[in-house]
Design a protein around this ligand. Structure first.
Ligand SMILES: NC(=O)c1ccc[n+]([C@@H]2O[C@H](COP(=O)([O-])OP(=O)(O)OC[C@H]3O[C@@H](n4cnc5c(N)ncnc54)[C@H](OP(=O)(O)O)[C@@H]3O)[C@@H](O)[C@H]2O)c1
Length: 255
């Protein structure tokens, strides 16, 4: 294994929600840093296309298509990864969904759908991943939270609860798994140009409002998140755990 502190050569990383958007951006950069990246989402066709892109660059990738809310499927996928590669070093629990509604229109099913995907699924994936990570005495758990888990925002009640909860689980996992050589951190994005924000991106006034509110005066580009995933997955971040790394162009740190 290379000694460059940011090298991921020899590491195996599972990235959920890797068919597009932030998950794909993180997967791309983990692969570029040398990791074998296992791409997950529910769409096997899209994932196979993305894996081919990485193979064409001479990088290592494979596909595990499953719904993250199916914890049994997640457990089986982790077992297959360990069988194929002998290890699982990095879990990027990134898959997530959004639902917007005024308070009076929220239904229990919508609440459950969002929290199941964004919160519960991440915990049970971490449970599955912790098994091989504990055995190998090394692991990196990285979740994607959101600045809306830090700052209130109207209409997205289940989403903000799921992201604040995920930040809390980041810390409880850090507390429990540290003695096994496993770190647990989250990446907390501000506003990025991805499909989850299609409705917002088509609202010119909102786009401008975010530009003006952000210290860097623009939305983030997905590629600008990948470096943080490489860092937190690497040996360079070996003493960082329980942390939430905010990547928001200064949105939450400035007025
Ligand atoms: N974009 C932003 O500004 C922003 C800001 C803060 C946080 N985030 C968070 O970043 C993460 C990624 O979002 P994004 O912006 O990249 O959105 P996106 O473009 O909509 O991508 C979401 C990804 O999650 C996958 N996914 C959704 N539900 C899934 C499930 N049940 N099982 C497996 N995969 C599932 C989707 O793939 P399939 O549909 O093919 O399954 C897709 O790959 C989310 O957790 C989101 O909350 C985004």
């Amino acid at each position: 294994m290379s000694h460059h502190p940011f090298s991921l050569v020899g590491r195996v990383a599972l990235v959920t929600g890797a068919s597009r958007g932030l998950g794909w951006a993180m997967a791309e950069q983990l692969a570029a840093a040398g990791a074998h990246v296992v791409l997950n989402s529910r769409d096997a066709v899209a994932l196979t296309k993305q894996a081919k892109l990485l193979h064409d660059r001479g990088q290592k990738a494979s596909v595990e298509a499953f719904d993250v809310t199916d914890s049994h499927a997640a457990e089986l996928a982790v077992e297959r990864i360990v069988k194929a590669h002998g290890r699982l070093d990095v879990l990027v629990g990134n898959a997530g969904i959004q639902h917007r509604n005024a308070i009076e229109d929220w239904k229990g099913d919508d609440w459950d759908r969002v929290t199941d995907a964004n919160l519960k699924a991440c915990f049970f994936l971490a449970q599955a991943a912790a098994k091989p990570m504990k055995a190998q005495k090394f692991g990196r758990i990285i979740f994607t939270t959101s600045i809306t888990g830090l700052l209130g925002r109207a209409t997205i009640h289940a989403y903000v609860a799921s992201k604040a909860g995920l930040a809390a689980i980041t810390r409880s996992l850090a507390a429990e798994l540290g003695e096994s050589g496993i770190t647990s951190n989250s990446i907390c994005p501000g506003y990025f140009e991805t499909e989850i924000n299609t409705a917002l991106l088509s609202d010119e006034a909102f786009v401008t409002r975010i530009n003006n509110r952000t210290a860097l005066k623009r939305w983030g580009k997905p590629a600008e998140l990948g470096g943080a995933a490489v860092f937190l997955a690497s040996d360079a971040a070996g003493y960082i755990t329980g942390h939430q790394l905010v990547i928001d162009g200064g949105f939450t740190s400035t007025m």
